[in-house]
Design a binder for this molecule. Structure first.
Ligand code: GLN
Length: 189
């Protein structure tokens, strides 16, 4: 059985756990270094508020161990705030988050919470009709490495990318009934 660690400091972690459990994966929440040290085949970083998650990652001494594990090849799936935490740059400036994913992000790109929206679009390798929920979402301004593959765009902006075993979406597949993006992620393991 695949064991997925889900960062559960803040945000929509329970929805990822529910979806992964539906797909037959075992999940455990990471809220401390001892949780982090449990055996795992992959990590999920949920949506929520990237600034809060980053503050907590640092305070709990999780930032460096998580970063090292991702750089060593641990598969990771970041949604929304998770994408921001993984991103190397933000609007042309290096970020001091995990910075393992060679992209430049633009935060809160679609305006305020009220400007959240739902659409259906194509995700390369997943399907042509994938439901996408955007909540104060970022988009990707630019990819910074030839290893980064653009999987989805919305109105010309990059909204999903893959770099080797790192997957990141600006939208929230865990808030829909469609399990295909999580299945796609589990196929990396
Ligand atoms: N706006 C949030 C941030 O900057 C991300 C929103 C989300 O994860 N739904 O962290």
């Amino acid at each position: 059985m695949k064991r997925i660690a889900i960062l559960a400091l803040q945000g929509a972690f329970a929805e990822h756990a529910a979806m992964l459990n539906r797909l037959g994966a075992e999940t455990h929440y990471v809220r401390s270094l001892s949780d982090w040290l449990m055996p795992k085949d992959a990590l999920v970083i949920p949506g929520g508020e990237s600034t809060s998650q980053l503050t907590l990652l640092r305070a709990l001494d999780l930032l460096q161990p998580v970063r090292t594990a991702i750089l060593d090849g641990l598969p990771v799936f970041g949604t929304c705030a998770g994408l921001i935490l993984l991103a190397r740059d933000e609007d042309g400036t290096p970020r001091d988050g995990l910075a393992t994913l060679d992209v430049d992000v633009h935060r809160n790109a679609y305006g305020r919470q009220i400007a959240s929206f739902h659409t259906i679009g194509a995700v390369d390798g997943v399907g042509q009709d994938v439901p996408m929920t955007f909540i104060r979402a970022p988009y990707v301004n630019a990819v910074r490495s030839a290893d980064v593959h653009v999987l989805a765009t919305h109105e010309g902006r990059i909204t999903a990318v893959r770099q080797n075993r790192q997957l990141a979406t600006a939208f929230h597949p865990e808030l829909t009934d469609d399990t295909r993006i999580h299945e796609y992620f589990l196929s990396f393991l």
